[in-house]
Design a protein around this ligand. Structure first.
Ligand SMILES: N[C@@H](CCC(=O)N[C@@H](CS)C(=O)NCC(=O)O)C(=O)O
Length: 204
């Protein structure tokens, strides 16, 4: 049995949980109480010394980092290699967007949301500008002529970038100016098995 340690309003966790659901893989979800600091307790640090969710456990294998976990799940369960192609150029195109998810999406949409929801310190206007550049220069023009980020069909690239782009609105950032991004988000939400990310306001 696979165990996913995460948090219901963590986008990094959501990437993994929704991909498991799309793949139809059963898993146990263990909530790590970030508010109470459970991610910095010795028990969790033994799984991930960085003290971050998500962590995936599959037998003796313990993996941190959402992108690495997505790669593992694709290779292990997607026998047709649809989500992570094996052709060098196609695989690199997916990797390109995984890097975008980990770096650019994390330093823009992730931070703008965390500043509003969790009072993460920072320069809101600078992060807003970064997010506008990311959406206006990369995502929106790319999605004007492409249905999906890295291929003609959905791949890990779409799964990895989805959660924080979709939830950027939690950071008082409107997606109204980005119709191609909105249409792409809707296409992802229509993938069979997709499971939505809990809204912060529903956490209770
Ligand atoms: N590169 C990591 C980033 C994980 C991450 O930033 N997780 C956040 C929750 S979404 C976290 O655990 N933050 C707590 C902390 O950094 O102390 C990944 O992709 O999994």
């Amino acid at each position: 049995m696979i165990t996913l340690y995460g948090h219901p309003i963590s986008g990094n966790t959501h990437r993994v949980s929704t991909f498991l659901s799309i793949l139809g893989v059963d898993f146990e979800f263990v909530v790590v109480d970030l508010k109470q600091g459970a991610h910095k307790a010795a028990e969790f640090l033994a799984l991930n010394p960085l003290g971050q969710v998500p962590v995936l456990e599959d037998g003796d294998l313990v993996l941190r980092d959402s992108a690495a976990i997505l790669v593992y799940l694709a290779r292990k369960f997607d026998k047709d290699n649809r989500w992570l192609p094996t052709d060098p150029a196609q695989q690199a195109r997916v990797q390109q967007w995984l890097s975008t998810a980990v770096h650019d999406v994390q330093s823009g949409p992730f931070v703008i949301r965390a500043m509003k929801l969790f009072a993460m310190p920072g320069d809101f206007d600078a992060v807003k500008q970064k997010t506008e550049n990311l959406f206006g220069d990369l995502f929106e023009p790319h999605l004007a002529t492409n249905q999906w980020l890295a291929a003609d069909t959905p791949t890990l690239a779409d799964i990895a970038c989805y959660s924080y782009v979709a939830r950027v609105t939690d950071g008082d950032f409107s997606l109204d100016a980005y119709p191609n991004i909105q249409a792409w988000l809707a296409r992802i939400e229509g993938i069979e098995g997709f499971s939505p990310m809990m809204k912060a306001s529903d956490l209770g």
